[in-house]
Ligand binder design. Sequence first.
Ligand code: ZN
Length: 163
Amino acid sequence: MSRAPNAPASWESQGCAVCRRQWETAERPIFVAENLVDRSKLYRCAVCGALWLMTERAASAVQPEAIRSTYPGVIESAGRHPSRSEAPASDGEVQYWRHSVASTDHYFGLVNGRDFILRGDRWVPYDVYKSGPSWWRLTGEPGADIITQDVLPPDAPRWVPGR
Ligand SMILES: [Zn+2]
């Protein structure tokens, strides 16, 4: 697929599925800064790190260089790859998830922004790209639901935060 060099980038080529969806659903990526002079706002996706510039007319993903003059100082902190610690999560809260695939249930825990999967009677860190509760809560996932603790299998250890 080729495009004229100055043609506007297609919607699908900007950011990632998560931040595009956030715009489509009138959520927003993470607010970074506002420029009162040109009435634009700068956002950054927590998942892919894309910078989004929202003007009065539209939102579009921008390169850091393109906003260097309107947003001096934010380039250094924005645009870098997001780290796990920046993932939105409430402190100390444990969220249990059940993911059903082909009538097999897998159980997950989300603690302080980190994903765990239940293997037998142990919670094991789960770090799979575009998978796990921290991802599903942003994108939605068929067959994945938040459950209460008493829905867990009987031999699943209950979470002790901080362990
Ligand atoms: Zn994104």
